[in-house]
Design a binder for this molecule. Sequence first.
Ligand code: HEM
Ligand code: SF4
Length: 571
Amino acid sequence: MTEKLSRNERIKEASDYLRGTLAEGLREQITGAITEDDAQLVKFHGMYLQDDRDLRPERTRKKMEKAFAFMLRVRVPGGVLSTTQWLALDRVARDYGNHTVRLTTRQSVQLHGVIKSNLKPTLQAIDSVLLNTIAACGDVNRNVMCNPNPYHSRAHGAALELARAISDHLTPRTPAYREIWLDGERIVGGEEEVIEPIYGKTYLPRKFKTVVAVPPSNDVDVFAHDLGFIAILDRNGGVEGWNITVGGGMGMTHGEPDTYPRTADVMGFCATEDALAIAEAVVTVQRDWGDRANRKHARVKYTIEDRGLDVFRTEVERRAKVKLHAARSFAFTSTGDRYGWTEGEDGQAHLTLFIGNGRVRDVGPGTQQLSALRQIAKLHEGDFRLTANQNLIIAKVSPERRPAIEQIAAANALLVPSSGLRRNSMACVALPTCGLALAESERYMPDLLDALEDTLAGHGLSSDDIVIRMTGCPNGCARPYLAEIGLVGKGPGRYNLYLGAAFEGSRLSKLYAEDLDHAAITERLEPLFAAYAAERQPGEHFGDFVIRAGWIARTSNGRDFHANVGPRRPA
Ligand code: HEM
Ligand code: SF4
């Protein structure tokens, strides 16, 4: 049995609770990298070893080592950051990183370009403002997301509380992080049950992602995640309990039909006091039932496809000692953010800013966004909230600060963009840092949007909300299979085009065309936009229209995702 385990399982097992030889590797000055095994373990500490892929050819020519640096992902449960925390992240990005702060599609912050010798000072600065990077990557429960807009004040408060409770409960307990990065004292010995009571020695078979949604907004993309809680609201705007979703996930591999994206199933309803027990039970069932031999088949979605939802639910109920109720009805209306000013039920004002692909940096006059947010953080008395769409909310703005904050945002192109497509756009990082990227994503998206905005304007569709997402490879970090227009990198300058997902995030898209370059993408979308403008029904979203009008088949979920590939109506 054990000989079948994947390599990562052996690495975890031998790591002494995620220590490996990281401490020694950090002291090793001859290379900017760490060993291969440690590179797997360091993910559990919230870091990825990367190299600047733009510099690869030149460095190879000069027979130099790759330009190694680390990406650090900071855990921000529910996306809420104090301004002090923001200022600390801004500082480390400029002192040790590549002078940018990257807001992610999962409400975390990424810092890129941190070289090995700067890792400890960076993590110490992060720790000094009560943040950390533990379990931001790796085979564990990652950053827990939650609708960040305190607009629905009571429901949001309950959702944030649950997100934080789950995050705390499922954070790995190993002292390795403190020992290695923060010069904590080495704690030896201890029984497995005591060190990692939930995970054990080998943690989970694969990454695990949890979100909390507050309808009618599905901004967190609850159906894309392993575990989700959907707030069921009572008449007074409070939370009556939670629908639980399981088995969503995006990742797949081109040309491997046994891998596929999948939308989560609604498993039932529970009261707030049972939610934590359910979350733990879902994690431990996956710990014991998940596939530890094949990492491409190791997410909860495959466990549920293989065993069936009923069997999975029964085991969760048994372990949690909770009987789930029938799921309650709920309705989502969108996955996007509410831009601009919103005023909460409690009278507080919040300003949602647009951050193009989540990349905060100083570009030049009119787009000094990193400096602008620093300025805002210094004068703002409320907090900052990261959204699941790579945007930022300046939350709880006092009436006196409102004009100044708005003025700084307006002067740096941080207010809502004019086109409905750009308002609903996301792109993953991809090149030059991501080692898995097959094509550009974040750096190409703005150009593609420029081109598509021209086409849309020609059909009078500029202000229509259409969701577009791009990734540089099929792993799906920007959840492209849940976008009405999804573009997934296939090779340099080439993308697969997916269509037909639901605007509110409940239905996946399907493959429409393969291997398109920039000209082909715009050419293939043009007739669709023309038809949408001419033939749509009132209020019909683009993703629904392309199915009704026969451009693409409606997707089937799970293992049937790849069936029925290709367009139906001739282009
Ligand atoms: C299945 C395999 C996956 C692998 C191996 C993978 C790996 C990676 C890597 C290496 C990066 C770092 C890129 C960089 O910053 O340079 C990254 C970024 C990221 N990934 Fe993934 N990823 C996978 C799937 C997903 C999925 C399905 C999601 C979300 C639902 C996700 C969420 C993110 C987020 C939020 C980032 C940060 C940057 C962004 O906002 O795009 N990943 N991923
Ligand atoms: S989708 Fe692929 S290219 Fe984009 S960040 Fe994720 S792993 Fe990298």
